[in-house]
Write a protein that binds this ligand. Structure first.
Ligand SMILES: [Fe+2]
Ligand SMILES: [Fe+2]
Length: 336
C-alpha cells in the first residue's frame, strides 16, 4: 500500500520539484508492505551486512597478486589495449561511486538505503584499486572516447532516480561483468584475472540492489513516466553500440571479436532484466524490444567473420535475427 508522503514525493518529483528535507523521515519505517516488498527489504538489508563481511583490502590484495605473479607482464600492444579498456572500468567505477552515493542519499526505505551505502564503500575500493593497477601499465588514463563518455553520462546525468538505478545496476554493471568475464577467460594477465574475481563478487550484490528495489519504484509509475523510462532505455542501448564501435580496436588487439562482447553482454543484461521480471511478477515488454534491437544492430554493425558485408545483406541478416531473436541466442552464444 502506498503511504501518503511517498505519493506526495512522487507527484512533486514528477513536477520537477524537491520535497523539503525532513531530518526525521517519518516514512522510513511507517508504511505497510506487501509480502513481496517485505521479502525484498529483508534481502536488501542482508546485502549491507554481506558487503561488510566481504570487504577486502584493496592495497593488500593487489600487492599480494603483484608479488605472486612477479608484476604485470604484457606485450606492449596488449598492455595498451588493456589500459584503454580498463580506463572505461576506472571511470565507470567513479560513475558507480557517484550514483550509489546519490542512491544512498535519496532512497527512502531503510533497507535499500543501507544496501546503497554498502555499494558506495565497494565502488570507492574498486576505483582506487583499478587506478593502482592501471598505474602498473603506465599513467592513470585521463581520457575516454566521446561515445563511451556518452554511455556513462546517460546514466550519471539521468533525470530520475529510477533511471540511475536501472542504468547503473542493470545496464552498465552487466557490461562491466562482460569485460571481466572475457578477460578472465582469455587468461591475458594473471594479476588482473585474479583481481577481477574480487570485483565480480561485489558487483553481484550491486545488481541485486537494482533487482530488489526497482520493483517498488516501477510499481508506482504512471503510463507517461513508464514510456519516458523505456524510451530512455532504448536510447541507452543504442548508445552502447557506438561505444562498442569506439572500443572495437582494443578488443581486436586482445583477440576478442566484437560479437563475443555483444553476445555475452546481451546475455548478462537479459539475465539481470529477467531477474527483475521474476521479482516484479509481471512481464516487461521492453526486454523483448531490447533483445530484437540488439540482434538487429549486431548484424548491421558487426557482421560475423566470413558473412557478406554489403548493406542489403547486413539488413537482411539483421531483420532475420530480429524476427527470430530467441532462436538466435544459440548462434550468438557460439561466438562467445
Ligand atoms: Fe564497481
Ligand atoms: Fe558496482
Amino acid at each position: 500500500m502506498t503511504h501518503r508522503p511517498r505519493l506526495l514525493r512522487r507527484v512533486l518529483r514528477r513536477l520537477g520539484r524537491r520535497t523539503p528535507t525532513n531530518p526525521v523521515p517519518a516514512d522510513m519505517f511507517g508504511f505497510e508492505r506487501s509480502e513481496r516488498e517485505a521479502r525484498s527489504a529483508r534481502k536488501l538489508e542482508k546485502l549491507y551486512h554481506q558487503g561488510q563481511r566481504r570487504v577486502w583490502n584493496g592495497k593488500d590484495v593487489l600487492s599480494e597478486l603483484l608479488d605472486k605473479h612477479g608484476g604485470v607482464q604484457l606485450p606492449a600492444e596488449q598492455a595498451e589495449a588493456v589500459r584503454a579498456l580498463f580506463a572505461v572500468i576506472l571511470w565507470g567505477e567513479l560513475a558507480a561511486w557517484r550514483i550509489s552515493a546519490a542512491l544512498a542519499e535519496e532512497l527512502e526505505p531503510l533497507e535499500a538505503k543501507m544496501a546503497a551505502t554498502a555499494q558506495v564503500h565497494d565502488e570507492a575500493r574498486h576505483f582506487y584499486v583499478m587506478n593502482d593497477y592501471l598505474k602498473e601499465l603506465g599513467d592513470t588514463p585521463m581520457e575516454l572516447g566521446p561515445a563511451t563518455q556518452r554511455v556513462l553520462n546517460g546514466t550519471l546525468e539521468a533525470d530520475t532516480l529510477v533511471k540511475k538505478l536501472l542504468g547503473m545496476q542493470l545496464m552498465i554493471e552487466p557490461l562491466a561483468l562482460t569485460l571481466f568475464h572475457l578477460v578472465r577467460r582469455m587468461q591475458l594477465e594473471p594479476v588482473l584475472a585474479e583481481l577481477l574475481v574480487y570485483y565480480e563478487q561485489d558487483e553481484a550484490r550491486h545488481v541485486a540492489l537494482g533487482v530488489l528495489h526497482l520493483p517498488e519504484m516501477l510499481s508506482g509509475m504512471g503510463r507517461r513516466e513508464a514510456a519516458d523510462l523505456h524510451a530512455w532505455q532504448i536510447r541507452e542501448y543504442f548508445a552502447q553500440f557506438a561505444m562498442m564501435r569506439e572500443l572495437e580496436p582494443h578488443f581486436r588487439a586482445l583477440g576478442i571479436h566484437p560479437r563475443q562482447v555483444i553476445s555475452l553482454g546481451r546475455q548478462k543484461q537479459m539475465l539481470a532484466m529477467q531477474m527483475l521480471i521474476d521479482e516484479l511478477g509481471m512481464d516487461l515488454p521492453i526486454v523483448e524490444v531490447f533483445r530484437r534491437v540488439t540482434d538487429f544492430r549486431a548484424e548491421i554493425d558487426f557482421p560475423l567473420d566470413g558473412a557478406p558485408t554489403d548493406l542489403p545483406s547486413r539488413l537482411r541478416a539483421g531483420l532475420t535475427a530480429a524476427l527470430h531473436s530467441a532462436e538466435a541466442e544459440g548462434v550468438l552464444s557460439e561466438v562467445a
